[in-house]
Design a protein around this ligand. Structure first.
Ligand SMILES: [Zn+2]
Length: 50
C-alpha cells in the first residue's frame, strides 16, 4: 500500500522513499499528526496525517 504512509523526499531530484527508519520526530498539532523525516540527502520532509 503506497500512500501517505510512505512519503518521498521533497528535495529536487531526490525522490527517495522515506521509510520508517528515517522518521526523526512525531508530534501532534490541531491539524493532525506531523512527522518529520530526515532523508539520506539531508533534506527534512514534514508530513501531515489527519
Ligand atoms: Zn532526499
Amino acid at each position: 500500500m503506497l500512500n501517505e504512509l510512505t512519503p518521498t523526499c521533497e528535495a529536487d531530484g531526490c525522490d527517495r522513499t522515506l521509510s520508517a527508519e528515517r522518521l526523526m520526530l512525531t508530534f501532534e498539532t490541531a491539524n493532525g499528526e506531523r512527522r518529520a523525516y530526515e532523508c539520506a540527502c539531508g533534506e527534512v520532509t514534514v508530513t501531515v496525517h489527519r
